[in-house]
Design a protein around this ligand. Structure first.
Ligand code: GLC
Length: 442
């Protein structure tokens, strides 16, 4: 959050409240189903910023480097060891159901061979090719949905009002024709990507620099959907998206939105930056992921490949470990629905869609006695997920004449502990029933 602490905080509140303002949740429920079931996506920030290992686009915007020097990185973007099949296989192994690639960041450099008169790695870098097509094809083979990140802002385009900030500044009202030229340009690029790749998910960014009217958000949305009706659009199109995108910061109370996705880096940066060694551990990532899923969200976990197309080993390791854990606990996560409201269990929970199965995620490598409060359903069976072990329950403090259920204690022995996070599968006697009162008070 180093770059725009204030504006983004304000912006965060604004998008939370308004970003879906123009989209009716009932009309999109059907097409959102795969997204709601997907739970995990991989975000990929790949661009020329990986050559020097500096902030994606923001480095020249914030004048840490001149625009000319920033663009010189084009000469180092080789993609010489880029293996899209390997990327897709790794994404598959992580358990992710979709992947979102930066087709163009705020620096304006397209990863596909844009027909517009503007930068692309195909035309302006030694990679000399479109690196998107092969990636999306590799995703298809693995059954992973295609996501396209696209920055509305283009700080390298001479018709964009922020072009090189001070030198070329103009206002939209002051020069509507010039803005109209930019509008035609960025919409043509969106059209190219939409036609060529038919992304299942559009991930816009940078909407905060202009209003919905200035971007023509309504028409951008309509044009995408005309050609690609099942596409999902993220909430950064000034009120014309389908779901919310909290960034790096995770919700404490359960968000009220129908659909949301936390985008998060594995270290502290989106793109490849060798000096950033603040790697989140697999344990931390899994703990965060379980929490997100328990609260009805998806995690869009970011990786930042190097300019040669290789993925830093620390990121590979996190994806693989996450994948192992996901495989063992698949049914508790993918296709599940948000779990119990806060207060019943001190840890994340999910439910099967019929709510007859309750999954408890034991936080902090817990073993010993765990407790559930206010569960009126009877538990028929308790299994340590991914093992053959079944556990016993003890009902404590049930008063015969009271409707308040007893506390459920379950002893979890050391021997069944998962290296990262143990999950218990509780088979209930029917759809979950909860007691939500205040003990004897009501
Ligand atoms: C912010 C940043 C951008 C990054 C994005 C990812 O909007 O501007 O650099 O790509 O977040 O969510």
């Amino acid at each position: 959050m180093k770059r725009y602490t204030f504006s983004l905080l304000v912006f965060g509140i604004t998008i939370s409240a308004f970003s879906q303002a123009n989209v009716n949740p009932d009309s999109i429920r059907g097409k959102m189903q795969w997204f709601a079931d997907a739970k995990l996506g991989i975000f990929i920030h790949w661009g020329i910023y990986s050559v020097n290992g500096i902030d994606e686009s923001w480095s020249f915007h914030n004048k840490k480097i001149s625009h000319a020097d920033y663009m010189k990185q084009l000469n180092g973007f080789t993609a010489s060891r880029y293996n899209p099949e390997e990327w897709a296989a790794l994404i598959k192994e992580s358990g992710a159901r979709y992947a979102v690639m930066t087709t163009k960041h705020h620096d304006g450099v397209a990863l596909w061979a844009t027909r517009q008169n503007h930068f692309s790695v195909a035309k302006n870098s030694p990679a000399r090719r479109d690196v998107l097509t092969t990636f999306y094809k590799a995703l298809d083979k693995q059954g992973i949905k295609r996501g396209a990140y696209f920055s509305l802002i283009d700080w390298s385009h001479s018709d964009y009002p922020g072009f090189l900030k001070d030198s070329n500044h103009y206002t939209v009202a002051g020069d509507p024709q010039r803005w109209q030229r930019f509008r035609k340009f960025f919409q043509a690029q969106i059209n190219e990507v939409n036609t060529a790749f038919q992304p299942a998910l559009w991930w816009f960014d940078g909407d905060w620099e202009h209003s919905a009217a200035e971007w023509e958000s309504a028409s951008v949305r309509n044009q995408i959907l005309q050609q690609n009706p099942s596409a999902i659009i993220n909430g950064r199109l000034q009120g014309y998206g389908d779901y919310e995108t909290p960034e790096q910061n995770f919700p404490v109370s359960r968000p009220k939105y129908n659909w949301w996705e936390l985008c998060m880096t594995i270290n502290n940066n989106w793109g490849y930056q060798p000096q950033d060694t603040a790697w989140k551990t697999p344990f931390e990532i899994i703990t965060i992921f379980a929490d997100v899923v328990s609260n009805g969200g998806n995690l869009l976990l970011d990786i930042g490949p190097k300019a040669d197309g290789t993925i830093p080993p620390q990121e590979v390791q996190v994806l693989k470990e996450l994948g192992k854990w996901n495989k063992k606990h698949e049914e508790a996560i993918f296709g599940s629905v948000p779990g119990l409201p806060q207060g019943h269990f001190y840890g994340p929970t999910t439910l099967s869609k019929d709510s007859g199965t309750l999954y408890l995620f034991l936080p902090g490598a817990t073993t010993g006695d765990i407790m559930i409060k206010g569960l009126s359903s009877k538990i028929n069976d308790i299994q340590v997920l991914g093992t053959q072990q079944h556990l016993q329950q003890k009902i404590v403090g049930k008063i015969s004449w009271s409707p308040v259920p007893g506390l459920v204690f379950i002893n979890v022995p050391q021997a069944v502990k998962d290296p990262y996070m143990t999950v218990l599968k509780l088979t209930l006697d029917g759809p979950v029933k909860l007691y939500r009162g205040q003990g004897g008070l009501n």
